[in-house]
Design a protein around this ligand. Sequence first.
Ligand code: UD1
Length: 418
Amino acid sequence: MSSYIIKGGNKLEGTVKISGAKNSALPVIAATILNAGKTTLYNVPNIKDTQMMYEILKILGAKIEKKNNKVIIDTSKIDRFEIPDELMHKMRSSVILAGAMIGKYHKATFTYPGGCDIGSRPIDLHLKAFEKLGIKITQNYGEIYCTCEKIIGEKIDLDFPSVGATENTILASVLQEGTTTITNAAQEPEIEDLANFLNKMGAKIKGAGTNKIEIEGVKKLKEISYNIMPDRIETGTFLCLAGATGGNIELQNVNPIHVTPVIAKLEEAGCYIEKEKNKIKIQAPKKLKAIDIKTMPYPGFPTDMQSVFGAMLTTAKGTSMIVENIFENRYKYTQDLNKMGAKITIEGKTAVIRGVRKLYGATVKASDLRGGAALVVAGIMAKGITVVENIDYILRGYENFEKKLREIGANIETSKAL
Ligand code: UD1
């Protein structure tokens, strides 16, 4: 795998155009299966995760035409209903294809996605919701077969507001008979984007973005074009990069409302932030103040931002505390930050970050997407050279990361693995 070589110490200044949201694009791409026709999507990020989703769709029989951030997906010839084991393991979120396949064809075969570097990530809530919808699930050596004659609307109360389980339930319910009501639904903006997309196609979904979602089944959908919403995690990452370097950055193509808790925390740390309709400007002080963070389901502080904040706070004045409530194993990056001179201790769900004067360059290794981004932030803050290995993880979720960083003054380049 390739590495980033970063010469740290530069203050980041300038303008960044934020890409389309990975976590919205993935379920929307899966949802194109439901209308068995052509869908045109705009503002789709060109990242490893969307490429992997296209690979799976092609194996199932779809045709994909791609030009920059525009993608035309033709799902009219889908004739396979198994997600290959190998790809399922490579990309956990491919489980979202199951809801779309079952919703359209009443059958899907896939394997357990398995654990990953941020936790065990079970899919019990997805399967429980499928069963409630009348889908028969049989399991054999880790392979899961789902079939049903038809799907009839039901009341589904999720034990936890899981993003993936909410999306899979919506996808399975769009073409059903009757109405499904999801309570304790996840309220993330990406779910609203998926529902807006499906409603434009002709679905009848109400309440997405709240904790109660109602899906009235429709008979068929139509061909549409749709613009994917901006990525709120990429937005937050660049805001933190300004925060971490005493920088001054303008972000374009963003939705400031989606990053409300992130902005609140950056302001608490001493940053000055101006919001416009599709823009955010941030001016950071020379030294940040320590803050406390607790990750929560939306509209709380996002777990996906925790690591990047963790890196940014290593040199803040005072002691910061992070409590990670969503995933059980999301602090791996802190070991690498400590190698760079940070003072972080972990006790269960809590990370205590004692602010130090400086970080120092070191060779570190990304072990997941957002943890990898945190190491890049640290490398840009640090004195000297940092090598971030295993950047494939980072490329799964950040479009043109290196280019965007260089444009605002970071000294970063990619070195290919020998
Ligand atoms: C999505 C996002 C991910 C983000 C996460 C939480 C995508 C592609 N990924 O992941 O970036 O970090 O939301 O905001 O959109 N859980 C169960 N059983 C289940 C499902 C989930 O116990 O069946 C648990 C998980 O282990 C985790 C918590 O619920 O502890 C939240 O997971 P979930 O909201 O489902 O996250 P994802 O959809 O996997």
